[in-house]
Structures are given as C-alpha cells and as structure tokens.
Design a binder for this molecule. Sequence first.
Ligand code: FAD
Ligand code: SF4
Ligand code: SF4
Length: 394
Amino acid sequence: MIQIAANCVGCGKCVATCPFGALSIVNRKAVASAACTMCGACVSVCPMKALSLPATGAAKKDLSAYKGVWAFIEIADDGRSQKVRPVGFELLSKGRELADQLGEELCAVVIGDNVQNYYAELSQYGTDKIYAVNAPEYHNYNTLAYANALITLIRKYNPSVVLFPSTYIGRDLSPRISSELFVGLTADCTGLSIKEGNLIQTRPAFGGNIMADIKCPDYRPQMATVRPNVFKKVVTTAGRMAAVVEERIALPVEAGKVRIIQTQMDPVVQDQKLDEAPVVVSGGRGMKDKEGFELLETFAKTLGGAVGASRAAVDMGFKPKEKQVGQSGVTVASKLYIACGISGAVQHVVGMEHSDVIIGINKDANAPIFNVCKYGIVGDAKQVLSKALEQLKK
Ligand code: FAD
Ligand code: SF4
Ligand code: SF4
C-alpha cells in the first residue's frame, strides 16, 4: 500500500488523482485503503512529498551486467509429434535486429526432450547461442517446471531482453517469470526497437486508438510477448551452427503437483491452425447465417485453407472465438487471405494486413476492406463464392 508520511497536510490533491478511489482525507490527513494497487500515480502530485511507494526489495540494478537478447522457443505438441512453433523463428529474426543494435548476442532458449533435433533449424536465424534444458522430464509443458528452468537461466546469465511468443504457453509463462524477477512485461507487442539502450515496446492501447511506446529503463531483463505472424522470419545464417549451452536443472518439488496423463487437442484448435495456414478465408456479418459459413468451409477446404471470422461473426455465433482474426483475436500472415462480407474495420485489418495477397468480397464498393486488398470483388459474397467454387471444382 502507498506510504503516507507524517508531514501530510491534508490538502487532498492526491485524492482526486487516484484512479482506484483508494485515498480519502480523515482528520485532515490522507488515508489509503486496501484498494491501493501501488500504481504510483499519486506520488508526484503531493506538494509535501509525503507519498512514497514501499521498497520492493528489488534494488535498482546495475544495467551493464545484463547482456544478450533471448527468445523463448516454444515446442508445439499435437499429442502425436513435436516441432518448433514458427513464432519462435519470428522472435529470433526480430531479436537479431535488436541484438545488432545493442551489440549483444542473440540467444534461443529451448526447454524440452530431445531438443538437440532443433539446434540446426534454430541456428539459421542469426542465433549466436542456444541455451537448452534437455531432459525427458521436460517432455510435456509444465508451468512450474518451465518457469523454474527459465528463472534459473535468467538469474545465471543475466540477459538484457527476453522475448516470449504470445501463445497460450507464452502467456502462461511470461507473467510468472516477470513477477518473480520483479521486472515489467509488455504483452502483445506489435513493434520492438532499441532507443538509448532500452527496448521500446510498441503496442496498441485504449482499444487500438493509440500506439503506446513502453520502456523499462530501470530494471532488467526487459520482457515482452509478441503474437505469431507479427514479425517476419528471416534466415540469415543458413548452414552456420550456434554455440550450444546445455544446462541440467532439476524439477522443482512443486512441479510434481501437476501430472500430465494424456495430451488431447481441442478439435477447434486442432483443425488447421489459423496462424499457420497458407490460405485463410474469413467471413463477417455479411455472410448472414450459418449456411454462409458452411459455404466458406467448403470453399476453404477446396483451397486447402482455414476459415477465420470477424468479431461481428463470432459475436453472432457463426464461429468460435478461437477463429477470430484481428486485434483481439489471431494475427495471420497467410499467402492468400479472402475477406468475405467483412467491412474492414481497423481492428480486423491489423490481424491480416501482413498476408501476401488479400482479396475482398463486399457488396458495398466503398467498404474500407478494399483499401487493403490487392483484388476486390463487389457483389453478394455467397453468390461470388458459389460461382468461384464451381470454377474451382472444374
Ligand atoms: P460489419 O462492420 O457489420 O460489416 C459487414 C460488411 O458486410 C459490410 O461491409 C457490408 O457491406 C458487407 N455485406 C453485407 N451483406 C453482404 C453481402 N450479402 N455480400 C457481401 N458483403 C456484404 N473485429 C475483428 O474482426 N477482430 C478483432 O479482433 C476485433 N477486435 C476489436 C477490439 C476492440 C477493442 C474493438 C472496439 C473492436 C474490435 N473489433 C474486432 C470489432 C471491429 O471494430 C468491427 O466491429 C468488426 O470487425 C466488424 O465486423 P464485420 O466487418 O463482420 O461487420
Ligand atoms: Fe491510488 Fe495508485 Fe496512490 Fe495507491 S499508489 S493510492 S492506487 S494513486
Ligand atoms: Fe497529504 Fe500530500 Fe495527499 Fe496533500 S497530496 S493530502 S499533503 S498526501
């Protein structure tokens, strides 16, 4: 809770500042309630300098001791086989740029069983070093075991930047690690750059109305998550092998609290993954009904693609939330993206604009979707798709 010193004169300036209504004046002194989140917003407004945040135990760090840009590499497991999730290569590619700007090493961090199978593949993205925790007990993802392994590695090697994929696993793991290390974490970054030695983490804020640049100048490592398909994969060192550092880290006792008996994929997630599909056919409110989406399914299957949806279509129950493309859904970067009956709101477009070729089908010639399309078809989406399907079948 915020600390209030005895020199408080009860002026009340802090009360209006608190976004959580945690301050009040009692007997001419400021008093804080349990609603205080220690956000620190009130500290600077006090003319008496009577407000301060309690010491956290995390003393300001000697930043020069922290070197290296790390990317956490997630291993995808569909219950039958394992492979590196492509977002890992995207993090390494962006990480290479950041490491060059900082003049530091780029390191991949991989945890699992038989991860030596991935070393050559991971080396191709400009990776200087691979830190690996490679043991059968790490075969399945376990939050407590993986978090402990990463915290141990970070405390031993002191990286300046650690990047995570914004996947179920990355979102589970990264906040656990940042809170344990008492460092910041910026989720779902859409841009990363270096300025004056700090990682500038760019992400949409206030419903996508502004882009916020976030930095953590006083603590290390700087941590961020990035959704799949936000950055491009760039092979820069094909054929070169990164140095490998394998660490043995015993499972913490708590990891035994969770035992994985069987891995079974949710059928919704299991059918072709949206963020990895080469062709995505998405439908919006303009598809009108379930039959419209059945037509999309047939069309997408004919092209070997996956079906996505706008938020309006998800809200109408045509598709589950996991299939929503956009700012609050999945980001795709397919070879071909076909938007059917979708208006082209900015929150949808940010999730698909990196696709190679975008085709829009909309009955309104002025629909904003046409601003991002390579090819636009003005017409009724169902009619256009039915005709195209006939041609494809021929
Ligand atoms: P509409 O905007 O209603 O557009 C329907 C379109 O279909 C129109 O252009 C119309 O001309 C066309 N149409 C109608 N009939 C036909 C027909 N017979 N044939 C062809 N075309 C036809 N949206 C997302 O998609 N993804 C997100 O992740 C997302 N996140 C959001 C986050 C926030 C914080 C907010 C505020 C909004 C978010 N939205 C998101 C919602 C977004 O702003 C739009 O409301 C949404 O994308 C609209 O969906 P739509 O284009 O299907 O529907
Ligand atoms: Fe309110 Fe934040 Fe001050 Fe706590 S630190 S009293 S939440 S403004
Ligand atoms: Fe007391 Fe400072 Fe708050 Fe004024 S702003 S009520 S002096 S703590």
